[in-house]
Design a protein around this ligand. Structure first.
Ligand SMILES: [Zn+2]
Length: 283
């Protein structure tokens, strides 16, 4: 198996139940939020059965993810206190974002999220009873009260607001020197995602928007977001920033943005999409 040649998007078939006779399984090993790699591999790749065994790490739980080009893939939890075995390394999920193919990054993020969901749902939040995995899907069920738990996802909106050919970009209070980005925020219970877009923009910069259009989505496993991207047009109001969240927000001409968008996240894709349409005279 040459992992460098795998198309991690089209070759992956998600499943929760491993085949009866598992052959040539591979593992994404998670320890205290970090991912295990083998230094001998030129680029990161899932570990084989032998490679996992040679690490001598104690396996605490194992979760079938699905088949990658017919190879059974598991997310494996090992002791969070474990030292790096010789010849191996632990790496944060964040570092994978820019170092591997984006579809491989999503797969590693999937493994980490499933392991962490399992770690935090061993006991029932309602009665404290033990939970057990259901065979039919990815869920845990309380043995005592029957309450079900599914992997937690937090939907968020991210929105590129424009006023003619200008884009609204804001600087977070914690941001690096000149890092401006589009606005984002979590969906609240009871809201439609379009309502979240209107509320977040109004709360953060004090303006109203119209003509909200869906752009696309991105899994953002820091720790468990699903980013839903939108374009929206300025409608009314003056910029008045929410000072707890933002240190600045301004309209920038599409051809004079303060920093080039990073194309690894949906914020970059949104900005790039707007720039291309503005350059083509479509805005
Ligand atoms: Zn319970």
């Amino acid at each position: 198996m040459n992992w460098q040649q795998v198309d991690f998007k089209s070759s992956f078939l998600s499943n929760t139940v491993a085949p009866v006779d598992v052959q040539n399984p591979h593992y994404i090993v998670v320890s205290d939020g970090e991912i295990l790699g083998l230094s001998a591999h030129e680029q990161w790749q899932p570990l084989s059965e032998d490679e996992l065994r040679w690490s001598m790490l104690e396996i605490q739980s194992s979760h079938f993810l699905g088949l990658m080009a017919d190879i059974p893939l598991f997310a494996v939890e090992v002791n969070g206190e474990a030292e790096e075995p010789e010849g191996y390394y632990f790496e944060t999920l964040w570092s994978f974002l820019s170092s591997v193919d984006i579809d491989l990054f999503y797969l590693i993020g999937r493994a980490k999220q499933i392991v962490e969901w399992f770690q935090t749902h061993r006991y029932c939040g309602q009665c404290g009873g033990d939970t057990t995995s259901e065979s039919a899907d990815r869920s845990r069920k309380c043995k005592d009260c029957g309450l079900m738990f599914y992997p937690r996802l937090s939907p968020s909106i991210i929105v590129c607001v424009n006023k003619g050919q200008d884009i609204l970009l804001a600087k977070n209070v914690n941001a690096r020197a000149n890092f401006y980005s589009v606005l984002a925020g979590f969906v609240e219970p009871g809201e439609s995602i379009e309502e979240t877009v209107r509320r977040e923009v109004l709360e953060e910069v004090g303006i109203t928007v119209k003509n909200i259009t869906y752009f696309g989505s991105q899994s953002w496993p820091f720790p468990n977001s699903l980013m839903l991207g939108f374009h929206a047009e300025y409608d009314s109001g003056e910029i008045n920033i929410q000072e707890e969240e933002l240190s600045d927000a301004q309209w920038f001409p599409f051809n004079a943005l303060p920093n080039p968008p990073a194309m690894i996240s949906i914020s970059g894709w949104l900005i790039q999409d707007f720039i291309q349409r503005a350059e083509a005279g479509l805005v």
